[in-house]
Write a protein that binds this ligand. Sequence first.
Ligand code: HEM
Length: 235
Amino acid sequence: MEPSSQAPHPSTVAPAPAAPSTPFSTVIRTASHAQHTEAENSSFMSDLLGGRLGVTAYRRYTEQLWFVYRALEDATGALAGDPVAGPFLRPELARTPELERDLAHLGGPSWRAGLQPLPATAAYAARVTECAHHWPAGYVAHHYTRYLGDLSGGQIIRGTAEKTWGFTRKGDGVRFYVFEDIANPAAFKRSYRALLDALPVDEVEKQRVVEECRRAFRLNSAVFHALGEEFPLSA
Ligand code: HEM
């Protein structure tokens, strides 16, 4: 008789304990940490947050954001039903109307006349649009990089802007940083991270999303670099 008792049936073999997999929200955050520090410490951002630049620099920066958010938000209609990007698109995140109010405050009613993006901004917006049209998971990387950042460090920028240039607290000039319809940003960020953790793509695709996130940070840094050249400190 075959000693079958010595060869356990495959279904009775306990699977090797899976390495506890790191949630994707942690992976993407950790993977972009170095770029985050770099963007935060760019000379333009440091000078802006240090109150060393005039309101013209702040306005110029806000103009660049308008081009980026238009690219992010022009895409939302087409992506709404997408299984990967769709769940991230929440109307309470939309920033274009707020940016337009801020820009009208900063530049007057004709703020839009002749407004051109810096080449670095045009490249950033073009990449967002490309992802939106051809690669929804890549679009998620851009969505995360901007909106989760706005809900976090954006609040620090708002405080500085109010203090430095005298905007009304949470009023015109800094509305971009005010999410009127998000009562509890910490809870919102938690549910956003849960969406990231449940991203319905395989590991290879997740790695590509992480790479796109790093690229998104680099694109932001390039805009800061260009702004830094336009607004060097005279001191
Ligand atoms: C001077 C500028 C900045 C400051 C002071 C700042 C500060 C912060 C802070 C305090 C957090 C919260 C970290 C935490 O929850 O532990 C954060 C998160 C974040 N920031 Fe920034 N930040 C700045 C610039 C940027 C830029 C330029 C970007 C990208 C465009 C960005 C993207 C993010 C993202 C995506 C998160 C969320 C990380 C996560 O929890 O997954 N930040 N930032």
